[in-house]
Design a protein around this ligand. Structure first.
Ligand code: SF4
Length: 256
């Protein structure tokens, strides 16, 4: 574990009061620490290489090329957990799910659910704001072939821990089986989930966690899923409908 990860663990693990200002400052500090992270040499090298070579359509962009920080409301009641930034999406724009087709789907759904002020997400300066929700990822650096290695997921898990420590979120939407699995692991570690039987990932799978928390699984809005019709906009709306009802204290879904 690098010095920066150790420092982050010691400085961020204890949360006290959540005055809006202090919470916003902590959120910024955490995001800055994520952005500065260098724990995974393979991913750091890959992201910088992509940023230098660029895609033809984005030659006039200055790619972000660094770990992509969390995005959204520092007092979020809902935390969306993705897999990793896309090489020419988040790794280009510096914001989660921004500048790629997955983000087009996700932000349109958040807009329809009343959690975003606009459906478009094209750049970090496009005016998009999230209300009551935030977005993180189990891997903050774009990985080759969208596949982080096991040890890279393990290294980046620290940032998921810190994000969960910081946010008051009690509803979680995991996009894809890897994010769902990492959330189950973390829920077990925190004592939020104690069943011996491990929940299976599926679209709409809901897992009750301790103290009224709820984890919902969703197919990832990747092109692989949206182009094939495996995930439709109605299916995504159903997930965020369930999430917003849970945020408002109305959870009618049967637990698994
Ligand atoms: S994947 Fe996560 S742990 Fe690895 S370098 Fe990026 S931010 Fe750091």
């Amino acid at each position: 574990m690098t010095a920066i990860l150790s420092a982050a663990r010691s400085t961020m693990s204890k949360q006290s009061s959540r005055s809006p200002h202090r919470q916003a400052v902590r959120w910024q500090q955490l995001n800055q620490q994520i952005t500065n992270c260098e724990a995974c040499p393979r991913l750091r090298e890959y992201c910088q290489q992509v940023a230098a070579v660029k895609r033809r359509a984005y030659l006039d962009w200055t790619y972000w090329g660094k770990p992509v920080p969390n995005f959204g409301d520092s007092n979020a009641a809902l935390l969306i957990v993705g897999l990793a930034p896309a090489a020419h999406g988040g790794n280009r724009t510096g914001r989660m799910f921004t500048g790629d087709r997955s983000g087009d789907w996700l932000y349109r759904a958040l807009y329809r659910a009343g959690l975003a002020n606009q459906p478009q997400a094209v750049s970090a300066g496009d005016g998009l704001e999230l209300t009551r929700c935030a977005i993180t990822a189990v891997c903050h650096c774009a990985p080759p072939d969208n596949k982080p290695a096991r040890e890279e997921l393990a290294a980046c898990h620290l940032w998921l821990e810190q994000t969960l420590d910081l946010l008051p979120a009690r509803v979680f939407v995991a996009l894809g089986s890897i994010a769902f699995s990492r959330m189950i692991d973390e829920a077990r570690r925190r004592g939020w989930f104690t069943d011996k039987k491990r929940p299976r990932f599926s679209h709409g799978a809901s897992v009750r966690l301790a103290d009224g928390r709820l984890l919902i699984g969703s197919y990832h809005p990747s092109q692989q899923n949206t182009f094939t019709g495996r995930l439709t906009e109605a299916m995504l709306d159903a997930v965020f409908g369930q999430a917003t009802r849970a945020m408002d204290g109305v959870d009618e879904s049967p637990p698994i």
